[in-house]
Design a protein around this ligand. Structure first.
Ligand SMILES: C[S@@+](CC[C@H](N)C(=O)[O-])C[C@H]1O[C@@H](n2cnc3c(N)ncnc32)[C@H](O)[C@@H]1O
Length: 218
């Protein structure tokens, strides 16, 4: 009976389901890259070392709302959820519908909300979920290849969305992000993740004063 139903599915749907089963998260990510190379910007999800280095300065006890832009298949989502307080909220925003559907299917943590939208709308999105500000915003988006003005709009909206003392965490293959956030943020820490494919720059843009021990290289 089940095999009859399967046989009735269109070929493309059957191929998609088989690819998802066979290649899991990496397959979905690679497919996302083939579909929208400029929006996805990478063929491989971030490495564990990059994740640990990027998240090192976060003060987890202070987190009420953590926002991620461009979560892809959720490489950062699980480590963030593992560290977040039980009563905190995590909003992940991505323009790719396949990624959002995959995240909703695979992450069932009640603190996690996956939103299909552009990061430009972050203020409206967090307000719709009852928050005035975010404590941290993490971005893995290819900021330098986004359509005209989108990166500038996202940087400005993020600065407005963060609470004083909060930070914009960015990992990027190019140093473009530094010039983008420099006019807005009071203090920017910089790191480099050599163990990533490809290696990438890490930036922590602090709104207001950075905590004394924020420097990730220390
Ligand atoms: C390099 S991938 C991030 C991969 C993932 N975070 C990781 O660590 O493996 C970039 C992501 O940004 C998303 N993206 C591109 N433009 C966006 C926008 N304006 N708002 C939200 N997400 C966007 C893409 O759909 C893609 O999921």
């Amino acid at each position: 009976m089940q095999s009859n139903n399967l046989a009735r599915q269109p070929l493309a749907q059957r191929f998609k389901a088989r690819a998802e089963r066979t290649f899991g998260a990496w397959g979905i990510f690679f497919k996302g890259f083939l579909k929208h190379p400029k929006m996805v910007g990478s063929v491989v999800p971030s490495s564990d070392r990059t994740i640990a280095q990027m998240l090192a300065p976060v003060r987890w006890n202070d987190v009420k709302l953590f926002v991620e832009y461009g979560p892809g298949v959720g490489t950062f989502c699980r480590p963030v959820l593992d560290k977040m307080p039980r009563d905190a909220t995590f909003i992940a925003i991505d323009t790719n519908d396949d990624f959002i559907r995959y995240l909703r299917k695979t992450i069932t943590d009640s603190r996690f909300i996956a939103v299909h939208a552009s990061a430009e709308d972050v203020e409206a999105i967090i307000a719709a979920h009852g928050f005035d500000h975010a404590d941290y915003v993490l971005s893995g988006m290819p900021l330098s290849t986004l359509p005209d003005k989108v990166a500038e709009n996202i940087a400005a909206a993020t600065h407005r969305a963060l609470r004083p003392g909060g930070a914009f965490l960015i990992y990027q293959f190019r140093s473009f992000a530094y010039d983008l956030i420099r006019p807005l943020f009071d203090h920017i820490d910089h790191g480099f993740a050599a163990w990533n494919v490809p290696p990438c720059h890490l930036y922590w843009g602090w709104k207001g004063r950075a905590p004394k021990d924020s420097d990730p290289r220390a």
